[in-house]
Design a protein around this ligand. Sequence first.
Ligand SMILES: *[C@@H]1O[C@H](CO)[C@@H](O)[C@H](O)[C@H]1NC(C)=O
Ligand SMILES: *[C@@H]1O[C@H](CO)[C@@H](O)[C@H](O)[C@H]1NC(C)=O
Ligand SMILES: *[C@@H]1O[C@H](CO)[C@@H](O)[C@H](O)[C@H]1NC(C)=O
Length: 420
Amino acid sequence: DKSRGLQWGTCASFGRNGDAAVPDRCAGIEFDAITPDENGHTYFFKGDHLWKGFHGPAHPSKMFFKELDEHHHLGHVDAAFRMHNQEDQNVHDHIFFFLDNQVFSYYNHTLEAGYPKTIQEAFPGVPTDLDAAVECPQGECMTDSVLFFKGQDVLIYDIVTKTVKTKTWDHLPVCTSAFRWQEHYYCFHGHNFTRFNPVSGEVSGTYPKDARNYFMKCADFGHGGDRKAPKCSEVKLDAISVDNRGRSYFFSGPIYMRLDSRRDGLHAFPITRAWKEVTNGVDAAFSYTDKLYLIKGDQVYIYKADAHYTLIEGYPKTVREELGIEGTVDAAFLCPNQHTVHIFQGNRMRDVDLTATPRVITRDVSLPLSDIDAGLCGPDGIKVFKGSQYYFYESPMALATSRIAPFAQNITSEMMGCQD
Ligand SMILES: *[C@@H]1O[C@H](CO)[C@@H](O)[C@H](O)[C@H]1NC(C)=O
Ligand SMILES: *[C@@H]1O[C@H](CO)[C@@H](O)[C@H](O)[C@H]1NC(C)=O
Ligand SMILES: *[C@@H]1O[C@H](CO)[C@@H](O)[C@H](O)[C@H]1NC(C)=O
């Protein structure tokens, strides 16, 4: 797509009278609005142009959202967000655009009947001429909310009660667009962004950062937020697990990926972004009640799984202390609503009852497989991963009593987002 980008750039530099220049986001742009659509594509708006996704050229907004152009005198979008509310199917996953005192609701790139409406009618108590908007589901915010930004004020709009609370976050820059991505919240200002806590407004870490290093692909800038997916035949997992909130992760070397949020794109992140204490990769992972267990070397880290992960006080502890087993761990899994973790070490599977104190090994069997990378138990059975292949078992019992390994199946792009 690079040549196309250059073409657009060339048009801009010739800028005939009456043609709005085509903006170049690698030149350092202040976006008007940023929002994902119902398919997880992210749109970045500037003037009457937009970019779809983290790379590629600018397009006229009317190519994707036709009616915005019929109000051409407006020429830009003030703010936009994707409605997360699952209760009301009439609005779920709709994109709302705010222009001056008007709001447009789109689904499937089609303007909904009855729109545009005034902001006052659709979002009572929310002011006109907004700077930015971002959805904030319950769990990340106190209730299902939308955060609207205007100057240094943030208006927290409760979707259910349709009430507004105003806070002033004057430690934050004025956000000209705001974006929720992978459960984190970003205020964009100039060509920079600042990550903030959606409840307190608090900023932790080193900000602002240059958006060109993270949210777009620009020559001479960083990786553009994602790394290329590996080939399926080259995938090697270190660990895989699904937590009690349905978030599914795989770990490989220093990175992890979320598998359940694929519609926001598959992206690799450093493990330390979510589990800052785990600085050296993960050997095994399993989920038990509301906790995620990560094992590395002879250390066990136990995290409480809320919107974000918090290391439980007193951890890490040694594998011996926490699980009553010796040595390092290749892989582990625990089936939903069970209390026994199944731990792979070499060619052995050791079961540990997590309700017993001190821990005891309740079963210790040798398997026809050894040096397993990862294991996962779901409602349909157990997958045991080794290299780019996996073995399927109906139950822990079937696995424990197997005398020969079942047929090895290849990891597919459907499962892991790798390239076939
Ligand atoms: C989405 O819009 C396209 C054309 O605009 C139409 O063909 C398609 O049926 C629509 N899909 C849904 C799910 O409404
Ligand atoms: C962007 O951030 C850098 C520091 O990282 C700062 O020097 C610069 O002034 C910021 N620019 C804008 C437009 O916010
Ligand atoms: C798995 O992939 C390899 C190539 O990587 C191929 O030769 C083999 O036939 C595949 N096996 C199955 C069961 O699809």
